[in-house]
Design a protein around this ligand. Structure first.
Ligand SMILES: Nc1ncnc2c1ncn2[C@@H]1O[C@H](COP(=O)(O)OP(=O)(O)O)[C@@H](O)[C@H]1O
Ligand SMILES: [Mg+2]
Ligand SMILES: [Zn+2]
Length: 241
């Protein structure tokens, strides 16, 4: 069961975890995989806001298990479908573990070939519990900004410390391809290198359609972006087989 989980993770917020998780889940579904998109950002769930604002009473309970609902062929689960974004609850210790176990249950593994987990940023008790109790592989997300690179280093150190394998690094917003001069502009800074980060690195350019496609649920990608998701999807499929 452990081979099914792909964690989309960064210690820094705002680098594209949710956007990439959603686009990846849709891509994998399109190629006929049974995919669950699991939003584990308990403090700031984005999936309900991005995919289904009409969130009340979407999830079902079965023997204390939380069962995702299906939308456009995708299984979707998020604490945001239970609590509205304005309701806050601080879960700690056993309660936190209990909540995690309710989401990642046997039933979920049964109905999914692949579980894409949209992670919260940071590294605390929550992350450690999840990574160590539900082994999977991690796709780390970063942007070419100094702070994000420093966060990436820290993330790698933490994951190494608890022995969690990395599938690859996605450098999101890696460049902006200008429609006028056709050049690739570096908006945030220099791209990361394999020398600094000895993993497979996949670049996703800055692309306004990534957000639009999520919100309108329509594909608006150039072939270029589509091919990038195709490659990430095939790396994932190789992993979960
Ligand atoms: N490649 C991209 N090009 C343009 N905007 C992007 C890209 N990736 C993410 N974004 C935008 O950046 C913001 C943060 O993304 P989000 O997925 O919420 O990050 P995180 O989940 O890591 O906090 C969102 O407004 C999102 O639409
Ligand atoms: Mg997010
Ligand atoms: Zn230009």
């Amino acid at each position: 069961m452990d081979k099914k989980i792909i964690y989309v993770y960064s210690t820094k917020g705002g680098v594209g975890k949710s956007t990439i998780s959603i686009n990846l889940a849709f891509y994998l579904k399109k190629i006929h995989k049974k995919v669950t998109l699991l939003d584990m950002d308990f403090a700031g769930p984005s999936i309900p806001l991005l995919l289904e604002k009409n969130y009340k009473n979407k999830l079902k309970m079965k023997n204390f298990y939380i069962i995702p609902f299906k939308k456009n062929g995708l299984n979707i689960s998020s604490i945001g479908f239970i609590k509205s974004p304005n309701e806050i609850s601080f879960l700690t210790g056993k309660y936190l573990e209990g909540a995690i176990n309710q989401f990642l249950n046997e039933e979920l593994f049964k109905i999914s070939d692949i579980i894409i987990v949209d992670m919260p940023p940071g590294f605390g008790e929550f992350h450690r519990y999840l990574f160590t109790n539900y082994p999977g592989k991690v796709i780390l997300i970063t942007i070419p900004h100094f702070l994000s690179k420093e966060n990436l280093k820290r993330g790698l150190t933490l994951l190494k410390h608890i022995n969690i394998p990395i599938l690859e690094i996605i450098e999101n917003m890696a460049y902006f391809e200008c429609l006028n001069c056709k050049k690739k502009h570096q908006i945030f800074g220099e791209n990361i290198t394999k020398k600094e980060f000895p993993f497979k690195i996949i670049q996703i350019p800055f692309n306004i359609n990534l957000e639009k496609s999520v919100l309108s649920k329509q594909k608006m990608f150039s072939k270029n972006i589509d091919n990038i998701f195709k490659e990430i999807a095939s790396d994932i499929i190789n992993e979960v087989q």
